[in-house]
Design a protein around this ligand. Structure first.
Ligand SMILES: Cc1cc2nc3c(=O)[nH]c(=O)nc-3n(C[C@H](O)[C@H](O)[C@H](O)COP(=O)(O)OP(=O)(O)OC[C@H]3O[C@@H](n4cnc5c(N)ncnc54)[C@H](O)[C@@H]3O)c2cc1C
Ligand SMILES: NC(=O)c1ccc[n+]([C@@H]2O[C@H](COP(=O)([O-])OP(=O)(O)OC[C@H]3O[C@@H](n4cnc5c(N)ncnc54)[C@H](OP(=O)(O)O)[C@@H]3O)[C@@H](O)[C@H]2O)c1
Ligand SMILES: *[C@@H]1O[C@H](CO)[C@@H](O)[C@H](O)[C@H]1NC(C)=O
Ligand SMILES: *[C@@H]1O[C@H](CO)[C@@H](O)[C@H](O)[C@H]1NC(C)=O
Ligand SMILES: *[C@@H]1O[C@H](CO)[C@@H](O)[C@H](O)[C@H]1NC(C)=O
Length: 449
């Protein structure tokens, strides 16, 4: 423990998650020293810092953001925001990415976070150290490099570390037999910026996650001929013009032709992987024992805490969630663990809890690679953490509005971003479509998902 009995916490990354962590740590000067936020780039905002270039920055580091030029949010601002900091009133519900970056900058202004961020500083290693009088007998050595000069390394010791490094920047490309024989342009959505360079071309988009769907729509607008190749049930909502569906690509033949699972083939000019991203924690000492296998980060109690090292927190690894509110809940839960208002179970109990939780998911037929997808379970998860930590849960309309947007998206992916939502005084909400027509709510108002 540091000087005055206050805990010193390091935060890795100044994206939405790291900023949220810092905001909550700063709100508790009684228990926490001001945090140190390490950010390798020169900006706050992570994913929301659009970078036109692809590949590497001038300093040789790989470009972090997967943002593309015309992206608008897919979650209405009314529930995308941190619950204690709404987006500006003048904005429509689905905003351009530049507005999200501005919003995060305003969050830094409002909560006075700027002074605690060390820009151009990349965390190279995080190692546990035995410290007799430390929090649970533990402390952390965090070594950082000056962004440019990798030989300039500094080590500082902390009581706890919140890892907020994001997980949408290291492209995952499935191993497809014969891939090296493909003769056209191969790319991953991480390097997609705008549709114009692909105008009029034939494109196979692999993966129908939100990137695959959104990019297919952008390509349709420039008259590309798109085959959306994916392993889900065929989409039944109206597709953009020029977009057809196919099963997954399973191999590339000797002449560069793509073969789909049903035996059909295609020879597109462009093969675009919208297949998602790898988790990576290159700075974590292997002694900590965090494993990443098939998109599962493990073992983490409440998807957050390694049982053997309970002053390390990996924030924001869950998928299919509403990110900012999720970070808001997780950060407060971390504080409740560190200030002792929630007493963690023993290491063995936490390990058992993780084992049972994963087993229960597997028993429901969930594949390993989908275990971190919380989806509609996120609301129970959020409420559970708020209950354990003794802090305010999300407002009641949050889950209903968010889940309703998912229904609208599945019904009408071409237009749902044109809707506007209004949260009413009594915490109910309403929605209007592009023509100003009020829509019927797709889920019962009191439905607790
Ligand atoms: C294309 C795309 C569209 C999206 N659209 C939406 C949307 O509409 N609505 C929504 O709510 N969410 C959306 N998301 C999810 C988005 O990722 C989250 O909103 C949020 O940005 C995640 O924040 P984060 O802090 O976890 O990670 P990031 O935003 O990735 O930030 C991580 C930060 O950590 C820094 N960092 C990494 N490693 C180190 C290191 N070793 N040392 C120091 N610093 C480091 C990085 O430089 C970065 O600044 C989208 C994501 C993508 C990829
Ligand atoms: N604001 C927006 O409009 C917007 C736009 C784009 C992205 N985003 C966000 O960005 C984040 C990343 O989204 P993402 O779509 O890039 O990643 P993702 O959610 O991980 O989706 C990747 C998809 O690729 C599929 N896939 C992987 N390997 C495959 C294979 N070999 N064959 C067929 N399909 C394969 C996956 O299917 P399986 O799961 O079955 O493996 C999954 O559906 C999400 O948070 C998303 O919300 C937002
Ligand atoms: C941790 O860092 C301190 C310097 O801050 C150093 O003296 C110590 O040897 C380091 N311990 C380990 C285990 O790396
Ligand atoms: C990331 O994904 C690639 C495939 O695209 C794989 O080869 C690599 O091993 C993965 N990296 C990690 C750290 O899992
Ligand atoms: C949504 O709100 C914005 C900003 O207030 C406005 O410009 C736009 O016309 C509205 N759209 C609909 C469909 O109501």
């Amino acid at each position: 423990m540091s000087g005055l009995g206050k805990l010193r916490v390091a935060v890795i990354g100044a994206g939405a998650a790291g900023l949220c962590a810092a905001r909550h740590l700063l709100s508790r000067p009684d228990a926490f020293a001001p945090p140190v936020v390490y950010e390798l780039s020169k900006n706050i905002g992570g994913t929301w810092v659009y970078e036109e270039r692809v590949g590497h920055y001038d300093n040789g580091l790989p470009i972090h953001s997967s943002m593309y030029r015309d992206l608008r949010t897919n979650i209405p601002k009314e529930v995308m925001s941190f619950p204690d900091f709404p987006f500006a009133k003048r904005l429509p519900s689905f905003v351009h990415h530049t507005e999200v970056r501005k919003y995060l900058e305003q969050y830094c202004d409002h909560f006075r976070l700027w002074d605690y961020i060390q820009f151009g500083t990349s965390v190279a290693s995080v190692s546990p150290v035995d410290v007799k009088d430390g929090w649970k007998g533990l402390a952390w050595n965090v070594s950082t490099n000056d962004g440019l000069d990798l030989s300039k390394s500094t080590t500082e010791q902390f009581d706890a570390v919140m890892v907020c490094n994001g997980h949408f920047y290291d492209p995952y490309i499935p191993a497809i037999p014969g891939l090296n024989k493909f003769k056209g342009t191969l790319m991953h959505s991480h390097d997609y910026r705008s549709a114009e360079p692909l105008a009029g071309k034939s494109v196979v988009v692999l993966g129908a996650g939100l990137s695959g769907l959104d990019i297919a729509m952008e390509l349709s607008n420039v008259d590309s001929k798109v085959i959306l190749s994916h392993g889900q049930r065929p989409l039944s909502c109206p597709l953009p013009p020029g977009v057809t569906q196919a099963p997954p690509v399973i191999s590339v033949l000797d002449d560069g032709t793509l073969e789909f699972r049903d035996g059909q083939t295609a020879k597109p000019e462009v093969f675009m992987f919208c297949t998602g991203y790898n988790f990576t924690f290159p700075f974590l000492h292997e002694e900590v024992g965090i494993q990443v296998q098939e998109h599962l980060v493990w073992p983490l109690y409440k998807f957050l805490i390694p049982p053997a090292y309970p002053s390390l927190f990996i924030v924001g690894i869950c998928r299919a969630i509403c990110p900012f509110p999720h970070f808001h809940i997780q950060s407060q839960f971390v504080l409740s663990v560190l200030d002792g208002s929630f007493r963690l179970p023993s290491r063995e109990e936490m390990e058992k809890d993780i084992e049972l939780d994963i087993a229960a998911r597997r028993a429901r037929g969930i594949a390993t690679r989908h275990i971190l997808k919380l989806d509609s379970e996120q609301w129970a998860y959020n409420d559970h953490l708020a209950h354990l930590g003794g802090f305010q849960p999300l407002p009641r309309y949050w889950s209903n509005l968010y889940e309703s947007n998912k229904v609208f998206r599945a019904r009408d992916m071409l237009n749902y971003k044109g809707y506007n939502y209004t949260v009413l005084k009594d915490m109910d909400w309403k929605v209007h479509d592009l023509h100003g027509q009020q829509l019927q709510k797709p889920l019962p108002a009191d439905k607790q998902i």
